[in-house]
Write a protein that binds this ligand. Sequence first.
Ligand SMILES: Cc1cc2nc3c(=O)[nH]c(=O)nc-3n(C[C@H](O)[C@H](O)[C@H](O)COP(=O)(O)O)c2cc1C
Length: 198
Amino acid sequence: MSESVLEAVTSSAHVVRALLARRSAWPLGAPAPDDAALRQILQAAACAPDHGQLTPWRAQYVRDDARHALLQRVLAHPLAQSQEALALHGKYTAKLTTAPLVLVLAARVQEHPKVPEFEQLLSCGAAAMNMLNAACLLGFHGFWSSTPGLLGQLLKEVMGFAPTDHMLGLLNLGTAVQKQAVPAQRPAPEVFAKQWQP
Ligand SMILES: Cc1cc2nc3c(=O)[nH]c(=O)nc-3n(C[C@H](O)[C@H](O)[C@H](O)COP(=O)(O)O)c2cc1C
């Protein structure tokens, strides 16, 4: 085996090991990916399988003080003043400000004769996972969290997503505060996959 092939094989094995060891982490602190690292992470989204090349994934990222400005706008929104919504302000605060870099994810699905909605949504999920994996491979940590119900609606309005966009949650990026991640108990492949034979 040539030196360069050996190097490629060795680094591929390293990447697969890193993929298999990946854990989500929460809370997240500094450092977050800088602009150059974030660009690579976003570029990884664009490597998702994308039937019809529709680019259905959308993201807006928020760093540092801008997270607090976003939070204030969310909390000040008229829809966030009901008794029910007021009880969720603490949860919204934790969701939007616990990680130093927050990507707000959405799917922009379009009518297409060959690409149904579910394929476009799956493509967005793949894009998000590519970003999470890229961030981890670059040495950062991440946590994909949801923006249920009203929070998704508030973020959509405050951040200027399109009214028809589907909110897909937050991809929180930074560095794990707790350094010792417990290895995850993952199901063995036999649990969810089997060989089909005629
Ligand atoms: C779209 C999506 C939204 C999620 N939202 C939450 C959430 O709001 N809260 C939560 O505890 N886990 C949420 N999770 C699960 C975590 O991101 C994470 O996968 C889980 O804690 C397991 O950790 P692991 O990735 O290390 O296996 C969500 C996962 C997905 C795919």
